[in-house]
Design a protein around this ligand. Structure first.
Ligand SMILES: C[S@@+](CC[C@H](N)C(=O)[O-])C[C@H]1O[C@@H](n2cnc3c(N)ncnc32)[C@H](O)[C@@H]1O
Length: 181
């Protein structure tokens, strides 16, 4: 009986996840959950233009649309003074992240929020792997809210009307590096 209930619960959670994804992607044009591989993230971290900004106490790093927060998980150990914040709108992923990070002792904070409504004025570095529509929506928001010096990294999707400080081909995808001025 226990196993039957557990299996039904897992199926239910999966169905809720799949339906929410479908609605978000089809009707809101939000990006689906596709992860950045570990090797790609390691290369992206090595290519961060201004690492000094991340070594100061209280530096704030966001992964917008964090999924399982692979960027924050891999960069955390190298920048022990930075605050690591993942933003995700899928409740089930937020719960899973919070549970696993607590068990693993990781200092990543997870916000369950629409990234388009988040105040980004405290950000020192923002990592995105989203889609064209969301980057277009974020373009004006970044200009309005981010401080000069904030670094923005976007995998695959560029920020319209912005001039990157660097563009690198990493694991067959372009990665755009920007610094707010
Ligand atoms: C392409 S995945 C990237 C996941 C992770 N950052 C990575 O690089 O592996 C995009 C993620 O953004 C989330 N997402 C999409 N639109 C969002 C929104 N408006 N607010 C918060 N999260 C969003 C999706 O649920 C998904 O988990």
């Amino acid at each position: 009986m226990f196993w039957l209930i557990l299996i039904l619960l897992i199926i239910l959670v999966y169905l809720v996840f799949a339906v929410t994804q479908f609605i978000n992607v089809t009707f809101k044009n939000y990006p689906p959950l596709i992860r950045t591989g570990r090797e790609a993230i390691r290369e992206i971290i090595r290519a961060i233009p201004d690492v000094n900004a991340l070594n100061r106490a209280g530096a704030v790093v966001y992964e917008l649309g964090c999924g399982r927060a692979p960027f924050l998980r891999l960069m955390g150990p190298a920048y022990p003074k930075a605050k690591l914040i993942g933003v995700e709108n899928l409740a089930i992923l937020c719960l899973l992240n919070r549970l696993l990070f607590k068990l693993q002792g990781k200092r990543i904070k997870i916000l369950r929020q629409d990234l388009l409504t988040l105040d980004l004025s405290s950000a020192d570095l923002i990592y995105c792997y989203l889609n064209n529509t969301t980057m277009t929506r974020l373009s004006e928001k970044f200009k309005r809210e981010c401080r000069p010096g904030t670094q923005i990294i976007s995998r695959r999707f560029l920020l319209p009307d912005w001039m990157p400080v660097a563009v690198k081909e990493i694991k067959n995808k372009k990665v755009y590096f920007y610094i707010v001025n």
